[in-house]
Design a protein. Structure first.
Ligand code: PGA
Ligand code: ZN
Length: 401
């Protein structure tokens, strides 16, 4: 019943209009479909999304090796993922492409779940997988995701109420209230949206954070639960020749650490992602020592969902939270091992979308299955809402409402 009978590979478009891969997996009575997202501010140590010749070369390479998988049991996820590594033969999926590997890996899990008539989160997480990650959504930003935005890539709203539905609605409302404020502030400008549908406005970083915090306060008074501001610096994207280069200043590493500390204190920032360059484990450790007791310090580009990179972080005390992006590492099994290692060492986990997305809903299920504390997947826009709306459905199922 769970044997893989057919595999179909196609190209579709992502939210930036770029080509990406979608894979269908059929068993006798089950079906799984997954699609790959695409990063723009990617970490240097991520697996390669596609081989050097691009998506077509990766698809050709995979299609020539489909016989490895036909007839395999879709419930044997670890074996399937091991063969993905075997057929690729490189440490970073540079022959097959990590995006093709991860898409197939997820499609197999979905086909197995479907064959067993289980939702993906329950198939992977078991009957006790009932905690839904708190949604953290980008509302204002810049960096590599927009032209003329802030230097800090993402300013986000983290809604921490008990109801997922209310949390999702509250984050979207922060986005709307902020939009109104921006239109008032810049009556003669048309304010745009970045890749993740966060607002983009010609503001200095501190001014922008202040506006986000004001918007959060306004929405919080209506909802009556905690809503907190968060930042993703994506600092590697503006680290040049040993300096953090903002629109209005250049900071040394020590100054950057102090700046982050000041922002956290002044604006009550709850989550800080990639505040330092992706190679700076010591800087991360220093910041964690200073403010890690009260703030989630998240490693994205520094860890790239990679167990070995996380091991270095654990040893050095760098960060206390890891961002989990399945396509940074290439298979479900690798991703799961990284999450286990994080949890065993007291790190929190935030599962995440990429800036280029499809309507695939896998990360909503993975976040619940593996007990991630947070999910970062925007606040509005079809490809972001696909995941957020799926979380609302999962909550309904879990709570039996
Ligand atoms: P991405 O970045 O553009 O690589 O998806 C998102 C992030 O830095 O979290
Ligand atoms: Zn990031």
């Amino acid at each position: 019943m769970t044997l893989i009978e057919d595999i179909i590979v196609r190209k579709i478009l992502d939210s930036r209009g770029n080509q990406t891969v979608e894979i269908d997996v059929y068993t006798l009575n089950g079906f799984g479909r997954a699609a790959a997202p695409a990063g723009k501010s990617t970490g240097k140590h991520e697996v390669k999304a596609y081989p050097r010749g691009g998506i077509d070369e990766g698809i050709k390479y995979f299609k020539e090796r489909l016989d490895h998988f036909i007839g395999m049991d879709a419930t044997q996820q670890e074996d399937v993922d091991a063969i993905l590594h075997e057929i690729d033969k490189t440490p970073d999926f540079s022959m097959l492409g990590g995006n093709i590997a991860v898409t197939f890996s997820l499609a197999v899990a979905k086909a197995a779940a479907s064959s067993l008539a289980l939702p993906l989160y329950q198939y992977l997480g078991g009957i006790y997988a009932k905690e839904i990650p708190k949604p953290v959504g980008n509302v204002l930003g810049g960096g590599k995701h927009a032209i003329n935005g802030t230097t800090i890539q993402e300013m986000l709203s983290a809604s921490l109420g008990d109801s997922t539905k209310d949390n999702v609605f509250a984050n979207a409302e922060v986005h709307r209230v902020l939009g109104d404020k921006l239109k008032k502030r810049f009556p003669d400008l048309s304010i745009g949206l970045g890749d993740e549908k966060a607002w983009v406005a010609p503001l200095r970083d501190e001014e922008a954070i202040a506006l986000v915090v004001d918007s959060i306060e306004e929405v919080k008074s209506k909802y009556g639960f905690e809503i907190m501001p968060a930042l993703d610096f994506a600092a590697s994207s503006f680290y040049e020749n040993g300096k953090y280069v903002y629109h209005d200043k250049e900071l040394s590493t020590e100054e950057q650490i102090e700046f982050v500390e000041e922002l956290v204190k002044e604006y009550g920032i709850y989550i800080v992602e990639d505040p330092l360059d992706e190679e700076d484990f010591d800087g991360f450790a220093e910041l964690t020592k200073r403010i890690g007791d009260s703030v989630y310090i998240v490693g994205d580009d520094i860890f790239v969902t990679n167990k070995k990179r996380l091991e270095i972080g654990i040893e050095k005390g760098a960060a206390n939270t890891i961002l989990i992006k399945p396509n940074q590492i290439g298979t479900l099994t690798d991703m799961h091992e990284t999450i286990r290692l994080a949890k065993d060492n007291g790190y929190a986990c935030m599962i995440s979308h990429r800036s280029g997305e499809t309507c695939d809903t896998s990360i909503a299920h993975l976040g619940v299955a593996f007990g991630c504390e947070f999910i970062k997947t925007g606040t509005i826009g079809g490809e972001r809402l696909a995941k957020l709306n799926e979380l609302i459905r999962i909550e309904e199922e879990i709570k039996g409402e």
